[in-house]
Design a protein around this ligand. Structure first.
Ligand code: GN1
Ligand code: MG
Length: 368
């Protein structure tokens, strides 16, 4: 690995010695390293921190298209002097003027500067910080809302087409290539039970009732860098799946992650539920930023986004478990199954609370 880091440093003109490097394991898709480079020019000594990331080309079949989307959005925000609550992640340009590098062995790498004095949370401990991150994700959608959605490359086709996700899930169940279906008979029934419910947003989209606009598509709370002292948002990360999509998915995915006080793979399911205070804080922030630009039906379907995206992700985790853990990085046996069970429990709790979520969204929307 050190040789690879050195090679990349040469290609990017980063001078100095690698003082420290370590793998960061909180993402499920790409391989990420923190790299500290020490530079001694005889007069002074500096230590500059970077993030080196290898893009997963099993997941992103055309990673150059991913990087092109990021560059287009960055240019759009800069050229239009867009005012925003926080920045978006920016990658360094190499000697070939590209924001990515393909090494001789075919690996796809990108580098950015590590933001010091920032922090991300895997589990949110303080609901007060949720309002500002809700605002940040909402504001991000606002800022990119007039970027022409059809110019964005589709980096993963049908990424949040829940209907196609579930159909694919049942195909994988049918194939049962690893003989694991026998372990998850009850779990599979949940997706039969909620199939029609899960398809509501897809159907409305297919009927042209909901606008497809540029959205983030992966609004986990740990995709926002916060100032480590004030917890104000600093930078939106992980722009790999920015594509035309639904506001309800961004809202729902953020709620899925931030308003569940247990971790995404918690095995003690009694700890897994939608915390309504957390939900309220995030929603207030989100709607105050993006509410005005939403249609009535977009606002009305926001809450539905939460159980929909949560069940969709549960089906993706379970499909990957059945399929032999090819997509999401796993750190223990049955990890994808634990994740799926946790998300299923969370989704069922959200379905019970759907009416009160809707009511709260409505109330918030009235005040802006
Ligand atoms: C993956 O890479 P990461 O951890 O940000 C996944 C998301 C899931 C998420 C669940 C490209 O995101 O869709 O919601 O895991 N990203 C991709 O934690 O599939
Ligand atoms: Mg991601």
């Amino acid at each position: 690995m050190e040789r690879k880091i050195q090679l990349l440093m040469n290609l990017y003109g980063i001078n100095g010695k690698v003082k420290e490097y370590r793998k960061i394991t909180n993402g499920h898709i790409n391989e990420t390293y923190y790299v500290l480079v020490e530079n001694n020019n005889g007069l002074s000594e500096t230590a500059n921190p970077y993030i080196f990331q290898k893009v997963n080309t099993y997941v992103f079949k055309n990673p150059a298209a991913v990087m092109n989307n990021i560059m287009m959005l960055d240019n759009f925000i800069k050229n239009n002097n867009k005012k925003s609550a926080c920045r978006i992640i920016n990658f360094l340009v190499n000697g070939d003027y590209k924001n990515y590098t393909v090494t001789d062995d075919g690996e796809f790498w990108r580098i950015c500067i590590f933001e010091e004095n920032t922090i991300t949370f895997e589990i949110v401990e303080n609901p007060a910080v949720l309002r500002s991150s809700g605002y940040a994700f909402g504001d991000f959608l606002n800022v990119i809302s007039d970027f022409p959605a059809d110019k964005l490359n589709i980096t993963i086709p049908d990424f949040h087409n829940t209907k196609k996700r579930l159909d694919n899930f049942f195909r994988i169940v049918e194939a049962d290539e690893n003989d694991r279906v026998k372990n998850v008979k009850d779990e599979i029934k949940i997706f039969e039970k909620y199939y029609d419910f899960c398809c509501k947003l897809t159907d409305m989209t297919d009927r042209g009732e909901l606008p497809l606009r540029p959205v983030h598509n992966d609004t986990k709370y740990n995709n926002i860098l916060l100032n480590k002292d004030t917890f104000e948002p600093v930078c939106v990360l992980d722009l790999d799946t920015i594509m035309p999509g639904l506001v309800a998915h961004d809202f729902g995915d953020a709620i899925r992650f931030a308003a569940n006080r247990a971790s995404e793979d918690e095995t003690d399911l009694s700890k897994v539920f939608l915390d309504f205070d957390y939900f309220k804080e995030f929603t207030r922030g989100f709607i105050s930023a993006v509410g005005k630009s939403m249609t009535e039906l977009e606002t009305e379907t926001l809450a539905l986004g939460a159980p929909t995206i949560t069940l969709e992700l549960a089906s993706r985790f379970l499909a990957d478990y059945i399929d032999g853990d090819k997509y999401f990085a796993v750190h223990r046996e049955g990890h994808n199954l634990d994740r799926a069970r946790c998300q299923m429990k969370l989704a069922e709790d959200m379905i019970e609370k759907l009416d009160v979520m809707r009511e709260f969204v409505r109330k918030c929307a009235e005040t802006i």
